[in-house]
Design a binder for this molecule. Structure first.
Ligand code: SAM
Ligand code: SF4
Length: 378
C-alpha cells in the first residue's frame, strides 16, 4: 500500500468503520456540536475531550502460541522483518510520545513481544527517555524464564502474563500448544527478578475454561498475582466470536461469587480498563480478611470508551486510535521518507483527533476489524 504523508489509510474491507462518525459508547449520537478545529500544538486529544497518555506499542505480529480467540491454527501471513519498526524507530516514536504528548505509560505487546531478539535493548532505550515513562510488557511468558532478569535490569517495571488455565490439557486446547510449564516457569522468574508486580490476564470461554474461573483466581491469590478476566472480544482471526455465547462480566462475577465475596474496590479507576473488586472468602463473611483484588475488563458488556486514554502503534508503525478501528495512520512510511519530528507528531495528533467516541460493538452494523488482536497489539 503506498503511503501518502498526512493521510490516514482506510484498511481494505473497512466499510462502515468507526472512524467515520462519532457515536457515543451508549450508542446514541452526541447532542452537542463537536469541535472541528484541532489545536496545532497539544497532547493526543480527541474531539470528545479525552487525552491519550497511555501508549501501547506492538513489537511484532508473530506469536509462538495460537490462542483460539486470537490466531488461527495455521498462523497468519506475518510481516517481513524489514516492515517492523526497528529499535531506533521505536525509540524515536516513544520519545515523541513522551516529550511532545506527555505520555507517561508505555506497554510493549504483540503478537509475542518476547520473540523480538532486541527486546532488552528496546526497553533499555525507552527507559533512558526523559521524563522516564513507566514501562510494562504483555506477554505469554514463553521464554521469559531466561530473560526476566535482563528485562528487569534494562528498566522493565511491570509484566502482564496471559494465562487462561492452570490445567495442562485446557491450556493446550486454548493455545494449541503444550507449553503450560514454560509459562509457569516464566511467572516464577519474574518474581525472582524482583519486578514489582505480575498481573495475569485470562479470557474465559464457555465450556472450555469458564468452570475453572474460581480455581484460577485461587491460584492467582495464593501466588500474590492480580488476576484480570478480559471479556472475549470480536478480534479473533477466525471471526467466530459470538455475543450470545461469550462470558460477560456479569457471568464472571457470578462464577466467582460461588466461592468468594466480591466488593468494588474504593481506589479511583483512573482510566484503567479493569474494574477492580476486593476478594474475601464467602464462608467467612463480609468482614473477613481481604485475600486480594480481581479485575474484570468488560470491554463488550460494560464499555469504558468514554474514559479511554490509549493510543496504539502497530508493529509496522501505524497509529490506531481504537482497537476496533478500520482506519490507521502510517507513521513509519513518513519517517522512512524523511519526515521530521514535527511532521510525525502532527500526523499522530491528527489520527487521535479523529478517535471515535466508542467502539460501536453493541450497535447493529458493527463490523469486526480485519486485523486480529495479534496483529493490532492487545
Ligand atoms: N502474546 C501476548 C499475550 O498473549 O499476552 C501479547 C499480545 S495478546 C494479543 C494481548 C492480550 O490480548 C492477551 O492478554 C490476550 O489474552 C488478549 N486477547 C487476544 N485476543 C483477544 C480477544 N479476542 N478478546 C479478548 N482478549 C484477547
Ligand atoms: Fe499469541 Fe497472545 Fe494472541 Fe495468544 S493472545 S495467540 S499468545 S498474541
Amino acid at each position: 500500500m503506498s503511503v501518502v504523508l498526512g493521510m490516514p489509510r482506510r484498511l481494505p474491507s473497512g466499510s462502515g468503520g468507526i472512524g467515520d462518525a462519532p457515536v457515543a459508547a451508549s450508542g446514541t449520537r452526541p447532542p452537542v456540536a463537536l469541535p472541528t478545529e484541532r489545536p496545532a500544538a497539544s497532547g493526543l486529544i480527541d474531539r470528545f475531550g479525552r487525552e491519550a497518555t497511555d501508549l501501547r506499542i506492538s513489537l511484532t505480529d508473530r506469536c509462538n502460541l495460537r490462542c483460539t480467540y486470537c490466531m488461527p491454527a495455521e498462523g497468519l501471513p506475518f510481516l517481513p522483518p524489514p516492515a517492523l519498526m526497528s529499535l531506533d524507530e521505536i525509540t524515536r516514536l516513544a520519545r515523541i510520545a513522551v516529550t511532545e504528548f506527555g505520555v507517561r505509560q508505555i506497554r510493549f505487546t504483540g503478537g509475542e513481544p518476547l520473540l523480538r531478539n532486541d527486546l532488552v535493548e528496546i526497553i533499555r532505550s525507552v527507559a533512558s527517555l526523559e521524563p522516564r515513562p513507566e514501562i510494562s510488557l504483555t506477554t505469554n511468558a514463553i521464554g521469559l524464564s531466561s530473560r526476566a532478569e535482563a528485562l528487569a535490569e534494562a528498566g522493565l517495571d511491570r509484566i502482564n502474563v496471559s494465562l487462561d488455565s492452570i490445567h495442562p490439557e485446557t491450556f493446550a486446547k486454548i493455545t494449541r500448544r503444550p507449553f503450560l510449564d514454560r509459562v509457569l516457569g516464566g511467572i516464577d522468574a519474574v518474581r525472582a527478578a524482583g519486578l514489582r508486580e505480575t498481573k495475569i490476564n485470562a479470557v474465559l470461554m464457555p465450556g472450555v475454561n469458564d468452570h475453572q474461573a474460581v480455581e484460577l483466581l485461587e491460584w492467582a491469590l495464593a501466588g500474590g498475582h492480580q488476576l484480570r478476566f478480559i471479556e472475549q472480544m470480536p478480534l479473533d482471526a477466525d471471526h467466530t466470536w459470538d455475543r450470545d455465547s461469550m462470558i460477560t462480566a456479569a457471568g464472571i462475577r457470578e462464577r466467582l461469587s460461588a466461592r468468594y465475596l466480591l466488593s468494588p474496590d474504593d481506589a479511583p479507576r483512573d482510566g484503567a480498563p479493569a474494574e477492580l473488586f476486593q476478594v474475601r472468602e464467602r464462608a467467612e463473611g463480609p468482614d473477613s480478611r481481604m485475600l486480594g483484588l480481581v479485575g474484570i475488563i468488560a470491554s463488550v458488556s460494560e464499555p469504558f470508551c468514554a474514559d479511554c486514554r490509549r493510543t496504539r502503534l502497530t508493529a509496522e508503525g501505524a497509529v490506531r486510535s481504537c482497537l476496533f478501528s478500520h482506519v490507521e495512520t502510517d507513521l513509519l512510511g513518513p519517517i522512512r521518507a524523511g519526515a521530521d519530528d514535527v511532521e510525525v507528531a502532527d500526523l499522530w495528533r491528527g489520527a487521535m483527533w479523529a478517535k471515535p467516541s466508542g467502539h460501536r460493538m453493541n450497535e447493529t452494523g458493527f463490523a469486526q476489524p480485519d486485523r486480529p488482536m495479534s496483529a493490532i497489539g492487545g
